[in-house]
Write a protein that binds this ligand. Structure first.
Ligand SMILES: [Zn+2]
Length: 332
């Protein structure tokens, strides 16, 4: 078992707490399912998130990962799937663990539990970066030189023949301390990229007379499957109840009042190509009016939302994710 100093504390491999981890962007697009959330040690996540913005800007590739921080239990599971105590390894790969020799009998190499860079939250396994030994993979060849500048190293991956395995080395990170939002804002001031303050929808609640907004909120909750009442303009008790149900599901205070936090949160997940009531709300927040509020996120939507995201200081991709919603709640 090895240990690591980070900040002013010492951590054991595979036991790094959530408090020193940060999420890998884009949220909820990782794993083999492309739907998992991924976490790395704070500085590694910051670097990765900044690197993938540049990779996308320079190459058009969107990177996701299928391996990130691993607990000791996960490391053990991995190891024992592939290595057997005392076994002869057709790969000639032998590891010492717990005083015994283990031979790899199947699968790719795995670190001895307690000694993995995944256990520190400092390694990623990148999706679609080639199979075993395929270091010439096209996506990898385009993206790796950029990742390298941000401190992502391939030495360990080369050693075990895994093109997808990269390890963060803070001292090799040439972009450390430069956050992408700040970089973009600096760029914005010279290139005069326009930014736009989001519009704050009115707070509505039971007996509210903002009829158009009441209707929109009903439409949204209906689409969310939590409201099946009338489509009329009134905000009644059943809508309050449905609002509470939705707020609970969204992790908000279930007070039945539709204020900025609730409105902004309802736009989560909307991006170019989305349709429906959530898009209409996002279009309203973007200051669009009349026939432009059509529930279809097209090019006008994209332009406006990128401007809003610039104003918020988050990545301007017209995709409303966790960071955009959090910034809206904070600053909008
Ligand atoms: Zn790995």
């Amino acid at each position: 078992m090895s240990t690591m100093r980070f900040g002013r504390r010492t951590y054991r491999n595979g036991e790094v707490p959530q408090s020193i981890l940060a999420e890998v962007l884009p949220p909820g697009c990782h794993g083999t399912s492309r739907r998992s959330r991924a976490y790395l040690r704070r500085d590694a996540a910051e670097s990765w998130n900044r690197a993938v913005v540049q990779v996308e800007e320079d190459t058009g590739l969107r990177l996701t990962v299928r391996g990130w921080t691993r607990t000791l239990v996960e490391q053990r599971t991995f190891f024992f799937q592939r290595y057997r105590r005392g076994a002869r390894s057709p790969f000639r790969d032998y590891r010492k663990y717990d005083g015994a020799t283990y031979g790899r009998v199947r699968g790719a190499a795995a670190a001895v539990p307690g000694y993995s860079n995944h256990g520190w939250g400092l390694a990623v396994d990148v999706n679609d970066f080639g199979g075993v030994g395929e270091f010439g993979n096209g996506r990898r060849c385009k993206a790796y030189p950029i990742l390298k500048n941000h401190g992502w190293t391939e030495t360990e991956g080369r050693r075990v023949n895994e093109p997808w395995h990269l390890v963060y080395n803070p001292t090799a990170d040439q972009g450390a301390g430069r956050r992408p939002a700040r970089r973009r804002r600096r760029g914005a001031s010279t290139a005069a990229a326009p930014s736009l303050k989001p519009r704050r929808p009115p707070t509505i609640k039971q007996r509210s007379r903002r009829h158009a907004w009441n209707r929109l909120w009903k439409e949204y909750l209906r689409a969310q499957g939590v409201f099946d009442g009338d489509t009329g303009p009134a905000f009644g008790a059943s809508l309050t109840e449905a609002t509470r149900t939705w707020q609970k599901k969204a992790g908000l205070t279930p007070d039945g009042v539709v204020g900025p936090r609730t409105w902004f949160t309802s736009t989560h997940g909307v991006k170019v190509g989305s349709t429906g009531a959530a898009v209409k709300i996002a279009q309203q927040v973007a200051g669009l009016k009349g026939k432009d509020v059509d529930g279809v996120a097209g090019s006008v939507f994209a332009t406006r939302w990128k401007q809003i995201q610039r104003w918020l200081g988050v990545r301007a991709d017209a995709s409303i994710g966790d960071r955009t919603v959090a910034a809206l709640v904070r600053k909008g």
